[in-house]
Design a protein around this ligand. Structure first.
Ligand SMILES: [Mn+2]
Length: 403
């Protein structure tokens, strides 16, 4: 029989993200919102199983009110079971919310850490093997597979009572675990290393992974190879920093009689981190620059462009007297959270200045030589900016935009 699962991981609900400064509360809320959205989408799309492959909660940082909020989302009426295999940020221990607050929620199951458990869903003709982290580190490999289970439970529509009958697993076979895929055959890491050799030998149909925040490349329709276990990371559904820029996703996996029919992406970010370069010239006014940037961000997201956090690199020729902080404030009115990076180069004829036998000429020669020697793009931009600020100082301008 055919089933549809939603696979997500690494939500890190409750993460404070304090490095975001003023944007932090909006992004803390975005974590909760993106999870809520996934639950609603799952309902809308008649998902059969909702899988969370670890780091669901940021246990060290989540506050009680947030925990209650997550609890309230999970007890809301829903038609599908939610299964969690805890990771290194939310290890399952007796002190965990999984053992206390969450343990009475119907249609929710958190895998234990001490043994691999198999859950049977007779109505879906599906078995799910899973295991949780029990502490911050997991040095030996935990890899769910057929036959690795130390207990079998059977879903009864609400709870998961133990089933002592030694029954064969059901047709669709899924694994759920947090860990780090590594090349080769030996495990060498502290976050549940999953050597690719062992994944190849695995006999499940689909292995739902978490831990790596960057999504795996998705197989295209006719390239699905049903001989091997398909093991994928969905990536974090809501970015936690500019390292997780752009749109994020959860995965929808369709299985039919032990075969994967399709894997598709379900957009999940409530707010995005967006890193972009904008090219300006020295004749542009502040309003022209603002209009240009607003047009660029509207192109990325015409509807919700005000919700995101932007890191915008100003490139090109610097207009004289440009006050970047002031420009940033103007942009904040239009597009919300924005950080402008001044990577402009001076508008002056640098070649000519560099030929002067003056202190300014010497400064220009030295800066240009340093830029020439550098093989790093970031350093080059820093040097350009230093050159421009230095020239402004030679002109006697106050330099108040340095940061
Ligand atoms: Mn992790």
């Amino acid at each position: 029989m055919s089933i549809r699962i939603l696979h997500t991981a690494d939500l890190h609900l409750g993460s404070r993200m304090s490095s975001l400064g003023q944007a932090a509360p909006d992004f803390q809320e975005a974590l909760i919102q993106s999870f809520d959205r996934l639950l609603q989408e799952a309902e809308k799309r008649s998902i059969d199983l909702f899988l969370i492959a670890g780091d669901f909660l940021e246990v060290a940082e989540i506050q009680d009110r947030e925990l209650n909020r997550v609890h309230d989302l999970l007890v809301r009426e829903r038609s599908f079971p939610v299964l969690i295999a805890a990771g290194n940020h939310d290890p399952y221990s007796s002190a965990s919310p999984y053992a206390a607050l969450f343990s009475k929620i119907p249609r929710l199951y958190v895998f234990p850490s001490e043994a691999i458990v198999r859950l049977d869903f007779p109505e879906l003709d599906t078995s799910v093997w899973g295991v949780s982290f029990g502490s911050l580190y997991q040095e030996t490999t935990l890899l769910p597979d057929i036959g690795t289970e130390q207990a079998t439970l059977r879903y009864d529509g609400s709870g998961f009572p133990v089933n002592d009958q030694k029954e064969e697993p059901l047709t669709n076979k899924i694994g759920l675990v947090h860990g780090e895929l590594i090349a080769g055959s030996s495990a060498a890491g502290v976050y549940n290393s999953l050597p690719s050799q062992r994944i190849r030998e695995n006999r499940l149909d689909y292995l739902a992974l978490g831990h790596i925040h960057k999504a795996s490349e998705l197989p295209q329709g006719d390239r699905i190879d049903s001989r091997n276990t398909m093991a994928l990371y969905p990536g974090s559904p809501q970015g936690l920093s500019f390292n997780e820029a752009g749109a994020r996703q959860a995965l929808i996996v369709e299985l039919d009689n032990s075969e994967i029919l399709s894997v598709s992406s379900l957009p999940s970010s409530s707010r995005m981190f967006i890193d972009l370069n904008t090219e300006i010239n020295s004749s542009q006014s502040d309003q022209e620059i603002i209009d240009q940037i607003v047009a660029e961000v509207r192109e990325i997201d015409p509807v919700d462009y005000r919700r995101h956090s932007y890191k915008i690199h100003l490139r090109g020729e610097a207009p004289s007297d440009l006050k970047v902080k002031r420009l940033e404030s103007g942009l904040r009115e239009e597009i919300g959270h924005v950080n402008l990076l001044d990577e402009l180069r001076p508008a002056e004829n640098i070649k000519e200045l560099g030929e002067e036998q003056t202190l300014r000429g010497l400064f220009v020669r030295k800066m240009l030589a340093a830029a020439e020697e550098s093989d790093n793009e970031d350093t080059e931009y820093d040097l350009q900016q230093a050159l421009r600020l230095g020239l402004a100082a030679f002109r006697g301008e106050a330099i108040d935009d340095v940061y």
